[in-house]
Ligand binder design. Structure first.
Ligand code: PLP
Ligand code: COI
Length: 364
């Protein structure tokens, strides 16, 4: 199963001048590369038909389970161009593992980890010209799996498809590394005990869209979700994990309680901070603790982290009846130095002493 070979039906290329114009300012998620990878699955045949195809619309049966019951999962990882011209990816095996954890929760088939990494490599290799070299730029890879059996009974589909698409990306938040404001969701949750909060499935993001709109109406770029059962217990943002920094250098982040996504950036930052001698507490954190800590000076920084957002300083937490404002302390010093170390490893200016990088394309 893992020795599947990828067929290439047709190589297509956007004219170089058009591609270069896009790469100058790609934003996030606006443009897609020339190709995509597709692998099919059925209960009888397992994984088959691995192909690199021109990027384009999918023919999908209107009865497909994904369109009705949302049986879908996805991943997000980046490929970086290093100064020597090689292209690397950051901990792709961790994304492969997490995809399989999501697959298990959504009753989708597991994909061999090496096949996941190989699918990403195939796409990056053929679309290598799309990996930008500018500051804070990378190629964002979006592997995803959909259930595509045409059957309206409510049960796990017997057919699925795994695809990888990619978009050149700059900063997720426009305006560079500026502190963002986040809105404390009022009464709307993305996850609850026993639900799918720890899986990376489309449904969680669908649930976050309305609160995200409310956040935008209140002048905020992201929404912070608290636990649906326990009032005021912080989970995470719509698409990022959250860290607080204490004045003594201790990092504080909500524990993996089954409701939040186990972020690969989150895990990597914990390892980097601990290697520097910082204490990291993974435990229940409440909004009340955050408020009290900022008021008495014991909490001095806050940041969000994720593949798309990298590390983004938080300047304000807003709610109808209060506001936490880091004012001139944002962006915080530790926030920015962890950001520098992480992005330095990813782009090759800091030694990869943890062995986190996987080379997809060698230096020319
Ligand atoms: N939490 C949510 C809800 C996310 O969508 C993401 C992004 O993937 C993260 C956290 C951060 O995860 P990672 O660092 O693996 O990208
Ligand atoms: C990511 O960081 O990969 C995410 O999934 C966040 C967002 C773009 C959904």
């Amino acid at each position: 199963m893992t020795d599947l070979t990828f067929t290439l039906s047709e190589a297509v290329r956007l004219p170089a001048a058009e591609r270069e114009a896009i790469l100058e300012n790609p934003g996030f998620g606006n443009y897609f590369t020339d190709h995509m990878v597709s692998i099919s699955w059925s209960r009888e045949a397992g994984w088959h038909d691995a192909a690199v195809l021109p990027y384009g619309p999918l023919a999908i049966d209107p009865g497909s389970s994904v369109l009705h019951y949302g049986q879908e999962i996805f991943e997000g990882l980046k490929a970086y161009r290093r100064p020597d011209g090689s292209i690397v990816s950051f901990r792709p095996i961790e994304n492969a593992r997490r995809l399989n954890e999501s697959a298990a929760r959504l009753a989708l088939p597991e994909l061999p980890e090496e096949l996941f990494v190989e699918a990403c490599r195939q796409l990056v290799q053929i679309d290598a010209d799309w990996v930008p070299a500018g500051e804070d730029q990378s190629l964002y890879l979006r592997p995803f799996m959909i259930a595509d059996e045409s059957f309206l009974g409510v049960r796990a589909a017997e057919k699925a498809r795994f695809l990888v698409i990619a978009c050149p990306s700059g900063a997720y938040f426009t305006g560079g590394v500026k502190p963002v404001s986040i809105w404390l969701s009022q009464g709307l949750s993305r996850a609850g005990d026993g639900g799918t909060g720890a899986a990376k499935c489309g449904g969680n993001y669908a649930a976050s869209l309305l609160p995200q709109q409310v956040a935008a109406e209140n002048g905020c770029q992201q929404v912070l979700f608290t636990d649906a059962q326990e009032e005021g217990r912080i989970d995470e943002l719509g698409g990022m994990n959250l860290f607080l920094v204490r004045a003594d250098g201790t990092l504080l982040t909500p524990e993996l309680n089954g409701n939040i996504l186990p972020g690969i950036t989150r895990r990597s930052l914990i390892e980097l901070a601990e290697a520097r001698g910082h204490k990291v507490e993974e435990r229940a954190v409440t909004v009340a603790e955050w408020r009290a800590g900022v008021a008495d000076g014991s909490i001095v920084e806050a940041f969000a982290c994720g593949t798309a957002a990298v590390i983004t300083p938080i300047g304000k937490l807003k709610a109808p009846e209060f506001e936490i404002d880091f004012g001139e302390n944002a962006p915080g010093t530790l926030t920015m130095s962890l950001r520098e170390e992480l992005t330095g490893i990813q782009t090759g200016v800091v030694a990869d002493s943890h062995n986190w990088l996987t080379e997809f394309v060698p230096a020319p």
